[in-house]
Design a protein around this ligand. Sequence first.
Ligand code: GTP
Ligand code: MG
Length: 558
Amino acid sequence: PLLGTYYYKCMINIKRLKTRYNMKAQPEAVHGKNSTLFPTFEQMITFRQHQAKRTALVKIETTDIAKDAEKFCNVYGKVLNTFVYCTKTGKNFLLVEYKTQDDVENLKRISVHMHSTGAVNVITPLLSYKLQHGIPVKHNNSSSTEYNKYLYTSFTVPPFTKIVQTLKQEKNVSRQMVLLYETLKVTDLDVRLRFFTAHQISFYLSKLFTNISVVPFGSSVNGFGQLGCDLDLLCRIENNKAGSKIVWKKLTFLSQRLSLIERNEQKEFLQTISTIIEACIPGMSNIKKVLEARVPILKFFNGNTNMMCDLSCTNMVALYMSELLFIYAELDSRVKPLVCTIRTWARNRNLTKETSGHWITNFSLTLLIIFYLQTKNILPSLCLIESITEENIKSQILKPFSWFKKWKKSIGKGNTENLHELLRGFFEYYSIFDFNTQAICIREGIIKAKKNNSPLYIHNIFDTTLNVSKNVTVVELSRLINNFQSALQILDSSEEDIIIKLIKLEPYASQTEGTFKTIFLNGESHDNKQNENNSDMNDLKCINDEMLTNEGNTNVHE
Ligand code: GTP
Ligand code: MG
């Protein structure tokens, strides 16, 4: 309840802040030719959810028949956008965005099941379009039906050589960082498919439950998503609308009560959902139940949309965290390219990995960057956001200027360092940071004394008694610091191709042979190889601090 109250207070302020002070998200919040401006996270989520409901995903045999399929779909409603894409396994899809949800329903109404006699017809929101004789109709006016065509490669990180080619177009390091961000950020189609996947699972759950929806969170929505990142999904219980009273009725539904608050209930629920996903949803494969992790999750691959998915239930704090990161990402245009460059650097140095374990996660790394930007007066602390908004709201001074600009002025000229300087500054800051005794607190924007001997200590923003980087071991932190130092050396010694040198893929072995002194644990040396293989941790979603209860136990195996 405490966390809830804190969250409530804080989010109310952020909402007021964004609406009253006219803080508009920048256009890149959503990409693509039809990019839209979203003043708030909630509006972005709502817009994307509605868009997913107005979307039909149609499997086509070859991309040659895409135009025919599109023409066909046009008959049943007003088509706003179409995309053609190809999956890893060579399946082709046409994504059709209609003007209304009714248009999608029209399309579904005229579709039939083509199963042989005796087979069970499963309800599905996915469609398949085939030509009777397999020959596409010739179109005279081909330019009128141009569509966006995406190969499988549009969903994956381009090969390193291609990234190098792109970066070579620019000499300036800061501009190279922006270019890298533009190259790696999730595309509009990718975001559409992420929300469509959430909608698809919601569709199945709605056949059994009246008030559960599935919503994406994490890097798919917080502005830090890169091509190929996983899709984090949350089953959210939609409570009664605020203010609506529960009226006593004589006749009610007799239903099985599922509260999903207890971990055991979540485990049982996810168990059931996994059966539904496996049996009913076309394209879902490799379903793994990771029920013994602190936050039980289901992992699966959606072959129709090319993405790994992690589904958890009612872990609302993670959604609030995504909202806060979204806001931080929008506050200053330098945040996203800086985070993107550092995340890419960390991934290519094997400091972060696709699986969870004793190493730093992208999430914790992002918090390190946000904290560094707080020390540079580029981003405010959460407490400051709260106090500024409360003060203004109390005194009713609602002038049409951004509180953020005012804050920047109040702290001096405002930081005008470019991305190159900030990148160097980040590596320098953490190369000499006293991880031995100090902890990072983003909520207050200050360094605090460490409360225990966790090697890396980052206070959870919403519950500062918890450490989000509790999983990071001495060895992994030591490796991280070594790499901060070597990155700093690259930045200081090179004149050309700095970003390319920094994000160059390095074989893991060479990274363990640290030639730089580790300023950690009073000069004690650590064998980096000792912790190289954390296979027992692999495949386990390791949510390090406690997001649901307050026990704060790091053991993902319990
Ligand atoms: P990538 O998937 O690596 O691109 O980044 P991500 O931010 O999506 O990270 P991840 O998929 O690991 O986690 C999804 C979201 O869960 C994060 O954005 C956070 O909001 C939340 N989360 C992840 N790890 C933790 C943790 O240790 N503590 C808390 N409080 N939240 C976490
Ligand atoms: Mg993620």
